[in-house]
Design a protein around this ligand. Structure first.
Ligand code: TYM
Length: 324
């Protein structure tokens, strides 16, 4: 099966190591052999949680710069802003007419968001996963590189696709999630929570070396003093070991071996340098793209034009089958 890939990230803050290790790293690896690869800044999803309309356009630009700096290659992939391809929202509406609300109410992500911002209990938050299904199916994608937290949304996408096929005739193939190791990077402040885009919890891809050193210094550790991977009893150190291993390109066993008899402080000091070194070339590339806003806009415009064409073909097929 040739891969048709789609994935997206909300521009709801600066992208962090969790986004990189859980998602973007796979995007880069997959784009080379894919039949089709489309990566989106999902700005229509980003407005379902509290945001500031004044800074939002800059957040979208920041996410685009992060994608390009991380290695999304516009020769191989389409890099789009979701709101610039209006077919996403149109297909979401059509899907919302066949999606039972009970499918959404049972989603853990919906319940979590509602608990975080109870005042944001609007229809858009509920429709969020339907829009995500539309993102994916609009291009008849079959492979979606994401972190573990998105698996329930991929299941829902498949349920919507199956229901559509049953009601209106075979149209969509099953969609598979693509996960890798390190698919869940945890908060530096609370290793039971996933790394998020806020404060000291996460390391942003664009954090400068001093900010990175300070955040790792402040990262919580576990009781005991051995640098040992043990998710159940040492969740904080296990998370830091995972980050070290993935960014330093060393197995966890080798890292454990290197720090035998050494302290958490030694380990954290070195980890900070591993992260700083890893992000250095990324940040240089990002600065170069930032200086060339015209070229970035041209990449987006070209990708979005092609995406609108691909999207319209599928949307028209769906409209015709639904009789609208
Ligand atoms: P978002 O913006 O929350 O996160 C973007 C991607 O980063 C992954 N991720 C993590 N992976 C590992 N550890 C973490 N701490 C961590 N935090 C985030 C997420 O799993 C995700 O892959 N609903 C999606 C955006 C979306 C989408 C789509 C994704 C909209 N339409 C279509 C795929 C296909 C979201 O909120 O991701």
């Amino acid at each position: 099966m040739s891969a048709k890939i789609f994935s997206g990230i909300r521009p709801s803050g600066r992208l962090h190591l969790g986004n990189y290790l859980g998602a973007i790293k796979n995007w880069i690896a997959l784009q080379n052999n894919a039949e089709q690869a489309i990566y989106a800044v999902v700005d229509l999803h980003g407005i379902t949680t509290p945001y500031d309309p004044k800074t939002y356009p800059q957040q979208v630009t920041d996410a685009v710069l992060d994608f390009l700096a991380a290695g999304i290659n516009p020769e191989k992939s389409l890099l789009i802003r979701q709101s610039h391809v209006p077919q996403h929202a149109e297909l979401a509406w059509l899907f919302s007419t066949i999606t039972p609300t009970s499918w959404i109410d049972r989603l853990p992500t919906y319940k979590e968001q509602l608990a975080k911002s109870p005042k944001y209990n609007h229809a858009g938050l509920r429709d969020y996963p339907i829009l995500m299904a539309a993102d994916i199916l609009l291009y008849k994608s079959n492979l979606v590189p994401v972190g573990e937290d998105q698996l329930a949304h991929i299941d829902l996408t498949n349920e919507i696709a199956k229901k559509f096929n049953g009601m209106f005739g075979q149209t969509f193939e099953p969609v598979k999630a693509h996960l890798t190791e390190g698919a869940r990077v945890m908060s530096l402040q609370d290793p039971t929570k996933k790394m998020s885009k806020t404060g000291d919890e996460g390391i942003a891809l664009s954090d400068d070396p001093d900010a990175i050193r300070a955040k790792i210094k402040k990262a919580v550790t576990d009781s005991g003093k051995e640098v040992k991977y043990d998710e159940a009893n040492k969740p904080a150190i296990s998370n830091l070991l995972t980050i070290y291993s993935l960014l330093g390109n060393t197995s966890i066993a080798d890292v454990e071996h290197m720090y035998q008899g050494k302290s958490y402080v030694d380990f954290k000091n070195d980890l900070a340098e591993v992260v700083v070194e890893f992000l250095k070339p990324f940040q240089q590339r990002r600065a170069a793209f930032e200086r060339d806003a015209g070229a970035v806009e041209a990449i987006l415009n070209k990708s979005e034009e092609k995406a609108r064409m691909l999207a319209q073909a599928v949307l028209s097929e769906v409209q015709q089958k639904m009789g609208v």
